[in-house]
Write a protein that binds this ligand. Structure first.
Ligand code: PNS
Length: 160
């Protein structure tokens, strides 16, 4: 029987205002929400896992029922260990659908007791992606409308 513990997994390299919008909305729907950063040693991102966790912790500090964690390996293994039954993912546009559909079906195949739920990103944030943030920041552009204000300095610092 799946539990109502919800996990929002992702790369969060770095966390954006789109992610925060989703986290805030999911935190109202579930008693407890875990935001889980994939720690992939084969694919080091721009920010280390520790930095991503620290940025998420800062950006979610106002949400008392949100916990930040990291995981390696299969998401469903992490979910089972955590006793979580719901995976949360965001959909920004039709272009997200194919990848998300495949991921949800694979996860369902290997762990049928775990459900994937999708929330539509608010239109205000539908154009934001971590890769756009990285690209703009790497060229010294302004990302203040794309990431939470409390992590702005952390993002710029990575490119100094
Ligand atoms: O923010 P992202 O990069 O779209 O997140 C993707 C993520 C981390 C949710 C996904 O790659 C994942 O769950 N990786 C763990 C490996 C896994 O469980 N793979 C099976 C599903 S395809």
């Amino acid at each position: 029987m799946p539990t109502s513990l919800c996990v929002y997994p992702g790369s969060f390299d770095p966390v954006t205002l789109g992610h925060i919008d989703l986290i805030e909305r999911a935190a109202k729907l579930f008693p407890n929400l875990v935001v889980a950063v994939l720690n992939n040693p084969d694919k080091q991102g721009t920010f280390t896992t520790e930095r991503r966790l620290a940025m998420l912790a800062k950006a979610c500090a106002h949400l008392s029922n949100v916990k930040i964690d990291s995981f390696g390996g299969l998401l469903v293994d992490y979910m089972r260990k955590a006793g979580a039954g719901i995976v949360l993912r965001g959909l920004r546009a039709v272009t997200d659908f194919e990848n998300e559909f495949q991921m949800a079906q694979v996860n369902r195949q290997i762990a049928p007791e775990i459900e994937t739920l999708f929330l539509m990103t608010s239109p205000d944030y539908a154009y934001i992606s971590s890769s756009a943030v990285r690209q703009i920041a790497s060229f010294g552009g302004d990302v203040s409308t794309l990431v939470p204000a409390c992590i702005l300095e952390d993002v710029y610092q990575a490119y100094r």
